[in-house]
Design a protein around this ligand. Structure first.
Ligand code: PLP
Length: 355
């Protein structure tokens, strides 16, 4: 049976990315060795890093003065490395969900941290919009897309201080004004690659200012200066970044990714709003186009499990909501297809007709 993958991450990747990466795992560039078996310093691998960096810069229109690096440890390690590298006196954080809260917690280990705004009181079901950003912050940390709750800042905020963005779950899904940011980071396992690599875009002249000695591996300068080759980088995940970036470029770049994401989200939210069984969980203006969260209306609560089983029989995978929200979450990253979204919508309609 055909499967429709709505996993939240690791998640669906374009089929050709998987096939091309698999080919290179079997025989890298026709040299008779696997991509898993070669030195990251070999002349064969360097072009993979170079082209990946060049494509990320091209696709996101990264201005000069910024570096792109590949790291291990997931976005979770950046929750610590960001303040280690950038917190001088005081940092601001927006508390908009589980991941934002985790980032904020780590930052407190390094200095003064202000919660500039929070939507915790709203159960994270909407985003804060009107808040004052103190001008004396070293940076304001935002989570542009809240993967678990399904809220998203779809535009770059206007801020009097440089932004730092955790874009783990919406990078490459829209054009970004990189010049507003000191740093953008993303655990790449949703829109950019298989799991195992973190992509970081960092403004070079903001590095080296933090008033603390940093362990070599924690200091971003190490990785910038060594071109992500200070230690052994995750070569296979980086190769999958390259294939995904080639795919994004061949499919029209981030503007087209944005158009597709908007179209998919519109179709799904329209059905959620129309169907008597379901309702969206998030304030309409803050709805994420990447992670679409919905629940059964109160009077149909007992149908949650039956709908889950019904959709599973139709090939839907990964639509169970995160345990902190319940209900359903359909993650629609760049590789998601209209066919997948339409299959889910049809399942919702057919299930409604039975009840
Ligand atoms: N930030 C966001 C927005 C996420 O969605 C996730 C994971 O889903 C993380 C951070 C943590 O990423 P990692 O598992 O790569 O540490």
């Amino acid at each position: 049976m055909k499967k429709y993958n709505f996993n939240a991450g690791p998640s669906m990747l374009p089929r050709e990315v998987i096939e091309n990466t698999a080919k290179q795992i079997l025989d890298f560039n026709g040299i008779g060795l696997s991509l898993m078996e070669i030195s990251h310093r070999s002349k064969d691998f360097q072009p993979v890093i170079d082209e990946s960096v060049a494509l990320i810069k091209e696709l996101l229109d990264v201005p000069s003065g910024y570096s792109v690096i590949f790291l291990g440890g997931g976005a979770s390690l950046e929750f610590m490395q960001i303040p280690a590298n950038f917190l001088i006196k005081k940092a601001g954080y927006l508390n908009t969900g589980t991941w934002a809260k985790k980032a904020l917690k780590e930052a407190k280990l390094f200095g003064e941290v202000v919660e500039v705004a929070s939507s915790a009181g709203d159960g994270y079901m909407k985003l804060p919009h009107n808040f004052d950003i103190p001008k004396d912050l070293d940076y304001l940390h935002i989570t542009s897309n809240n993967t678990i709750y399904g809220t998203e800042y779809r535009k770059d905020l206007d801020s009097p201080v440089p932004l730092i963005g955790d874009m783990s779950s919406d990078i490459m899904s829209r054009p970004v004004d990189v010049s507003k940011y000191t740093c953008i980071y993303a655990g790449a396992q949703k829109n950019m690659a298989m799991a195992g690599v973190t992509v970081l875009i960092v403004k070079d002249d903001m590095l080296g200012k933090a008033p603390r000695e940093l362990p070599t591996m924690v200091d971003y300068r190490t990785h910038v200066e060594k071109g992500s080759m200070f230690n052994t980088p995750p070569v296979v995940p980086i190769y999958s970044v390259l294939e995904t970036m080639r795919w994004v470029k061949a499919h029209g770049g981030v503007k087209e990714m944005e158009r597709r994401a908007d179209e998919r989200a519109r179709i799904l939210y329209d059905e959620i709003d129309r169907n008597k069984l379901f309702r969206g969980t998030v304030a309409t203006e803050d709805r994420s186009v990447m992670n679409i969260c919905f629940v059964m209306n109160d009077e149909y609560k007992e149908l949650e499990k039956p709908f889950f089983d019904f959709a599973t029989e139709r090939g839907m995978v990964g639509i169970k909501g995160h345990r902190s929200v319940g209900g359903f979450r359909a993650s629609c990253y760049n590789a998601q297809t209209l066919e997948g979204v339409n299959a889910l919508v049809q399942a919702m309609k057919d299930f409604e007709a039975q009840h």
